[in-house]
Design a protein around this ligand. Sequence first.
Ligand code: SAM
Length: 275
Amino acid sequence: MSAARRPLKSLGQNFLVDGNVIARIIQAADIQPDQPVLEIGPGRGALTGHLAGRAGRMILIEFDHALAAWHQDQLKDNQRVKVIDADVLKVDLAEIFSETPRKWNVVANLPYNISTEVLFRLYDVHDKLARMTLMLQKEVGDRLAAPPDCSAYGVTTVLLGLWFDISRVFVVHPGSFHPSPKVDSVVLNFIPLSEPRADVGDENVFRSVVKSAFSMRRKTLANCLKSAEFSKQVDCGELLETCRIDGRRRGETLSLEEFAALSRLLTQYLRKVAT
Ligand code: SAM
């Protein structure tokens, strides 16, 4: 059976083999009756059957062609399940989610090598989500809960913090997987907020401000913003001054509210330039 082939390191294949951990993830996912569910990277199906038994519509995205084909075969009689044999970073999640007006649960034991990238993609479709229950490398999970001015605080902390309440469900030790990873993992619940935590103006602007502020962690905020695309159109010194933010600070010291203030004002400046 293809699902029994050796795990591929290149695809971050650390399969869950601990029934207790699997049960706790399913409980944390709290699938409601008829809830549409997306599972990213179902692998050998440790979570899939439990989810499919509870979900309404269910979509699986698996990049390992052999495993995708295996799921297709296993689930061929279940009309509610669709298997997408693809790289989750290349599919259009907004289009997938648009097949029903209901909000989706996303459940995944994410491949570690792409977990941050996947978080950014899920952030982009936050308005389509009811809940996410994700297993991440513990270090990546810790970043999401980090306060300003510590090395763990970064782009994912600020962006996801704008739209989600994030809570740690439990830590998972390497022995719960085959093969065992070298580090601990953590299961987190992400509950989307109905309103963002702060008014940021244009969200694309917010994303650029945050990404540029963290682009060179050793440089000052003023220098980081100067090298951003938007600095060709606006005076970043004036922007910082008007927001009463000292440009000699480093990006990682700014709170979400300070990023929001910068983004709101920059949105206004850019709209003015565009008219
Ligand atoms: N859900 C299974 C479990 O808990 O045992 C497998 C989890 S394993 C950590 C990650 C899974 O994601 C693997 O099945 C792997 O093939 C798949 N994967 C890796 N990269 C992917 C990508 N870019 N798009 C979709 N799936 C991917």
